[in-house]
Design a protein around this ligand. Structure first.
Ligand code: ADP
Length: 759
């Protein structure tokens, strides 16, 4: 008889936000593929403790509400996407570290006839998982020899499939660009440091902030970059020399003298000096007090960084990885190695688990050995570059008044299109990095309108102080696309201000404007300068770029609002229809739908048909009749010209009135507002740094090019502006190819497939 496959899922080690989303995704993806799923509560400890155990009749385990291994059904994982921690519990298990403990774990898994495990945890948990799989055949043989299991059970369970998902707020796992929980921890850290900065500025105080990361400086480094901190200490790169304290004090003192009101020093908990001695926050505080006479305060962020609702990124990362883990389990053969499912360059990526664990340990070892170059190299290029950029941005004043090579250049910088959170961060980085290289940066107010009218002024190091963390656009922006005699006016301004390059940070209209200048360069020789567009739009509708600056903030704004709306809906059997921005691009709708567990997402790319509406309506009616308490539909603002959100609301309200109520929520401009998320700040800084180098390099050429910047599979690339017409769907103002459309299908599986409640 064909038996359904059985998969166990556990969360282990330190908890991290997003673990619930991963569990939900594993459970639902598995059920949708006809696999039974068992939660192993309390991590490996639960696997050792098990529960009812009848090894001779594996599929006949009597239901026991207290058992640590229990089957999960579709609705057991409902309503958990937004919750921090893990609903199936996690633990550290000393017993599992022993062979006897692991033998007991084998008994318990065999008692439930489990064929594979998805282990969600940090490098310790994944090391344990790998060891368990390696030992599995001999442990099963031992049970057979001891007569505890019969030959048939032993034969059926010759191997255990293991799929690992890296969950750790430290982002310390090799094999995945981001681990589950890191983005949320960075949010908590950034919120806290932003708050500390405002009180520090009021009292002109210095704060020394300790953040998590015993062997990994990711949170400290990226947190410092995102918050515009003044000094950072991380384990991978101890401060140079024996007099680092003096150097730190000089830089902080110079910052004060330049008018900075607050000073923030971020210290990773594992920070060390070059001799391997720990650097504690208290020590840094004492140094500042003694050498600068500063009234410094210490704040240890601690477990706040682990807690709270996961961010949109963490929910979606976990969901995609969980889904891929089930696919990996399905396709695994007895010969295949255990794998880690991670994210590389914005795509799901699979790598041998043991290799990833070994490489992860190699970084800790390099730090322990004092081989810091190796540690930094193992962390990768982005980490190293971020460290360099941070050190320039932290300075109180530019280090190079003259360019290292060539003549000083004059660049103009402007924001275009609707505001996108992160625009200011990008401008700040570009201005400071350009000045540091000996060039001049001219700020243009209100986009192309300002360029035409000549609202141009030189920006200096301090003009952009405080811009790293604020939303909106300090320069001002506009949707103006030049036409007719505007081109002559722009050419005049370029000549008048002796502009050698144009840096446009903005959205659709900025790209169109840049394309116009590029196309007119034969008529107006002044346009023969490098022009670069850096993508900044909450809609994420720009060609050649997977994630534009601002989209992550908008997505988080949406999910925070939707979480609240959902909570209010539960009390009264309501279905909410939430209308989100995006123009004709469904990115925000699809990604927020995935992150909030929406039943249905309507987007312009897929259209809306009457038959869909009928089907969705009857699914909702039957769901509410079966006890569902809340419904959620997300609708892009231009999903359909006729069947718009008002129409759908009226239709569902009328047809479903016996069973549920319908309410519409139009989120509007709150999606564009607020301070940028850490991701948007980091992305903005990174784009500006790379974009500026491109402009400088192009400005030296006799025929410089115009380009827009983007990412593909995580790598930054430059595309000639002339490619715009070929890459965009002009009518719908979006790229022809949109990578995220694949994820829409996963969202549908996880929200749609709802077999009847069993048992
Ligand atoms: P994290 O997974 O967050 O790194 P730990 O390092 O504490 O957390 O590991 C969690 C659990 O994984 C441990 O309590 C232990 O049960 C199991 N584990 C870790 N390392 C091993 C190992 N080398 N062998 C067996 N089990 C291990």
């Amino acid at each position: 008889m064909h038996q359904r496959k059985r998969l166990g899922v556990l969360t282990s080690g330190g908890d991290s936000p997003g673990m619930n989303a991963a569990v939900r995704s594993v459970v639902r993806s598995a059920i949708a593929q006809g696999i039974d799923v068992f939660a192993i509560y309390e991590g490996y400890q639960g696997m050792v403790e098990g529960g009812q155990c009848d090894l001779k009749n594996p599929r006949r385990v009597a239901p026991d509400a207290e058992a640590c291994i229990r089957q999960l059904h579709w609705y057991d994982v409902a309503g958990i996407l937004h919750k921090g921690g893990t609903i199936i519990g996690t633990a550290r298990s000393a017993q599992f570290r022993t062979r006897e403990g692991r033998l007991q774990a084998v008994r318990n898994l065999l008692a439930h006839d489990i064929d594979g495990l998805v282990a969600i945890g940090g490098d310790g948990s994944l090391t344990g998982a790998h060891l368990f799989r390696s030992e599995w055949p001999e442990l099963v043989a031992e049970l057979l020899e001891g007569g505890e299991i019969d030959a048939e059970v032993a034969e059926r369970h010759r191997h255990l499939t293991i799929v690992g998902l890296a969950a750790s707020i430290d982002n310390d796992m090799y094999g995945s660009d981001m681990t589950i929980g890191t983005d949320t921890a960075l949010h908590r850290l950034t919120e806290a440091v932003d708050s500390i900065s405002s009180t520090a500025a009021s009292h002109q105080r210095t704060f020394v902030v300790e953040v998590m990361g015993r062997h990994c400086g990711y949170l400290a480094l990226m947190g410092a970059l995102a918050t515009g901190a003044d000094w950072v200490l991380i384990p991978e790169c101890p401060p140079e020399g024996d007099c680092w304290e003096e150097k730190m004090c000089q830089v902080l003192q110079a910052g004060r003298e330049s008018g900075r009101r607050d000073t923030i020093v971020i210290v990773a908990e594992g920070a060390k000096d070059r001799h391997g001695n720990p650097i504690s926050c208290e020590y840094v505080r004492q140094v500042l007090e003694e050498q600068l006479g500063e009234d410094a305060r210490v704040t240890i962020l601690g477990h706040v960084q682990r807690g709270g609702s996961p961010t949109a990124f963490d929910r979606n990362l976990s969901t995609l990885l969980g889904h891929a883990a089930v696919n990996a389990f399905q396709t695994a053969t007895p010969e295949s190695e255990s794998v880690l499912i991670g994210m590389r360059g914005n795509r799901v990526y699979q790598a041998p688990l043991m290799h990833c664990v070994e490489q992860t340990h190699a970084v800790s070892q390099a730090i322990a050995d004092g081989d810091y170059d190796k540690a930094m190299n193992l962390r990768g290029e982005n980490f190293k570059n971020a460290y360099q950029i941070l050190h320039t941005l932290m300075q109180a004043k530019p280090s190079n008044p003259e360019p290292r090579e060539g003549k000083p250049l004059r660049f103009a910088i402007l924001n275009c299109g609707a505001t996108a959170p992160g625009m200011n961060t990008a401008v700040r980085a570009a201005v400071r990095l350009a000045i540091d290289k000996g060039h001049t940066m001219l700020g243009v107010e209100h986009g192309f309108r300002g360029l035409i009218e000549g609202h141009i002024k030189e920006l200096n190091w301090l003009s952009v102080r405080g811009w790293a963390t604020t939303g909106g656009s300090e320069l001002g922006t506009s949707r103006k696309i030049p036409q007719g005699k505007d081109f002559y006016a722009i050419a005049r301004q370029i000549e008048r201000h002796d502009i050698n390059g144009l840096l446009i940070i903005g959205g659709w209209s900025g790209y169109q404007a840049a394309y116009q200048l590029y196309s007119q360069c034969e008529t107006f020789p002044a346009f023969n300068i490098p022009i670069l567009c850096i993508p900044a739009s909450i809609n994420n509708n720009l060609p050649g770029c997977e994630l534009s600056i601002g989209a992550d903030t908008a997505l988080n704004n949406i999910i925070e609002a939707v979480d609240k709306i959902k909570q209010s809906a539960v009390a009264s059997n309501r279905c909410f229809l939430v209308k989100v921005m995006g123009r004709y691009c469904g990115y925000l709708a699809v990604m927020s739908g995935l992150a909030t567990g929406a039943e249905r997402v309507y987007i312009n790319e897929e259209g809306v048909a009457l038959t869909d509406l009928q089907k969705d309506l009857s699914t909702l009616i039957s769901g509410f009749k079966q006890g569902k308490r809340v419904g959620l539909i997300i609708c892009n603002e231009n999903a359909h010209p006729v069947y718009d959100s008002d129409f759908i609301c009226d239709l569902f309200a009328e047809e479903g009135k016996e069973v549920f109520q319908v309410r519409e929520a139009i989120l509007g401009h709150l999606q564009q507002g607020g301070d940028p998320t850490p991701f948007d700040r980091i992305q903005a800084t990174r784009f500006s740094a790379i974009g500026l180098d491109f402009l400088i390099e192009q400005a030296k050429r006799p025929s410089p090019t115009g380009a827009f910047m983007g990412t593909e599979a995580g790598n930054v690339r430059f595309v000639d502006l002339g490619m715009i017409p070929r890459m965009v769907d002009k009518e719908h103002q979006r790229p022809k190819e949109q990578w995220w459309m694949e994820t829409a299908a996963i969202g549908k599986i996880l929200a749609h497939y709802a077999p009847p409640i069993e048992g």
